[in-house]
Ligand binder design. Structure first.
Ligand SMILES: Cc1cc2nc3c(=O)[nH]c(=O)nc-3n(C[C@H](O)[C@H](O)[C@H](O)COP(=O)(O)O)c2cc1C
Length: 253
């Protein structure tokens, strides 16, 4: 198995740092291949703009998707983006390793997604998305640490369910581009974990990473399950509810 870890933590001695080292050592020892993009160590540029490209489609108005489509057709991505794309195409499985910051990924990782997940059919677009995505057949997993304890992230907890918080990443980024999404590996309140428990958590993480190929996945509907308005065909009641609740009707131009 070829595993690509995108690591987004500024401190190597952090729990996140220990998790990525654990994954790398465990996978390598078991004969797998590993590539790590340590975004802070690389000084990865998280700002998405014209510097993403060596080509220019429209010098007067910057529209990122148009520039991405043009770059995809003319081999025009900057070398730092192309290198990350190459690792995506190379891997069988992707791990996003990050601390939960403001209910999402740290800005450096969001910037990595903004810049590397390019449209124009390179990573998505032209009908290539979700189960028909460019990266279909590969697996991806969020591995994250969270400041709060599990009850806070339960259905009736103060923060709400963690599955809802991770939905924009699991569904909006990973499934969107075609990945089969593995259930996340979550460590709560790592700073409160004792030394003995720390080793236990890291061992469990190593086991999950070694079992990535068969680990449980999140089941999302396929594109064929949606109608022409991208509403689930099977959920007539949901459709009625949407109609009932849409009090503001946007007129068609
Ligand atoms: C900028 C920032 C935002 C954070 N946002 C959240 C949050 O939304 N929810 C939460 O439970 N913890 C939050 N935390 C706490 C981190 O998730 C926690 O410190 C981290 O997971 C610990 O892992 P580490 O020891 O590897 O840094 C935040 C911390 C920082 C610095």
């Amino acid at each position: 198995m070829r595993v690509f870890v995108v690591h987004a933590h500024p401190e190597p001695k952090s729990f996140n740092g220990a998790m990525t080292r654990q994954a790398t050592e465990g996978l390598t020892a078991a004969g797998h291949e590993v590539a790590v993009s340590d975004l802070y160590a690389m000084g990865f540029n998280a700002v998405s703009d014209r510097r993403n490209f060596t080509t220019t489609h429209d010098p007067h108005y910057y529209r990122q998707e148009s520039e991405e489509s043009y770059a995809a057709a003319h081999d025009g991505f900057s070398s730092d983006i192309q290198a990350e794309m190459d690792k995506l195409f190379w891997c069988d499985a992707l791990i996003l390793q990050f601390p939960l910051w403001w209910f999402g990924v740290p800005a450096i990782l969001k910037g990595w997604v903004d810049r590397v997940f390019a449209s124009g059919g390179k990573i998505y677009g032209g009908g290539k998305w979700f189960d028909r995505g460019v990266l279909a057949g590969k697996r991806a997993m969020c591995s994250t640490t969270i400041g709060g304890q599990p009850p806070m992230y339960s259905a009736h907890g103060l923060s709400g369910p963690i599955s809802t918080i991770l939905f924009p990443i699991n569904h909006g980024m990973l499934y969107f581009t075609g990945f089969t999404v593995v259930e996340p590996f979550i460590v709560h309140a790592p700073r409160r974990i004792s030394c003995e428990d720390r080793a236990e958590y890291l061992a469990r993480y190593r086991d999950r990473v070694l079992g990535l190929a068969t680990a449980p996945t999140i089941s999302y509907p396929k594109l064929d399950d949606y109608d022409e308005q991208f509403v689930l065909k099977s959920s007539q009641s949901t459709r009625n509810q949407l109609d009932l609740h849409s009090t503001v009707k946007t007129p068609r131009p």
